[in-house]
Design a protein. Structure first.
Length: 137
């Protein structure tokens, strides 16, 4: 059974379209707030927007299970806050996709630029999962 629309509209599993759109906008705002915390070097501020059981999958690289694993990753990779620009944020229901550029310090301490596509899944107003596609420029 696919999507059904009426005058008021419903979107899969009976979620009203208005509620679906509001959820998408809320999740997008949460991601923007979390990203601002990263820019400011506030890892704990970012982590406050993640579920305790968050799972991050970096395609072709690593998988992080749980908030503590993400915290350790951030200590290692974000020792100096990265600079990044989300060129597009696309929200749909429980998902927000961010496409952009990020610059991080590499293993030698030199700035390295990457293009990324992050697909975030939200649950109860928090980031529950990330599937990240990251390519060095």
């Amino acid at each position: 059974m696919g999507k059904q629309f009426s005058i008021l509209g419903t979107y899969s599993l009976g979620t009203p379209i208005k509620s679906h759109i509001q959820m998408s906008a809320t999740n997008k705002a949460i991601l923007e707030k979390a990203n601002q915390a990263i820019r400011e070097g506030d890892n704990e501020g970012f982590l406050a927007h993640c579920t305790d059981d968050t799972e991050w999958i970096f395609i072709g690289d690593r998988i992080l299970q749980g908030k503590e694993a993400v915290r350790q990753y951030m200590v290692e990779v974000y020792a100096e806050p990265p600079t990044f620009m989300a060129e597009n944020l696309i929200a749909e229901g429980d998902f927000v996709t961010a496409i952009g550029k990020i610059t991080l310090k590499d293993e030698t301490g030199e700035a390295a630029s990457y293009s990324y596509c992050d697909v975030w899944r939200f649950r109860d107003g928090k980031m529950a999962a990330l599937k990240a596609f990251v390519i060095k420029d």
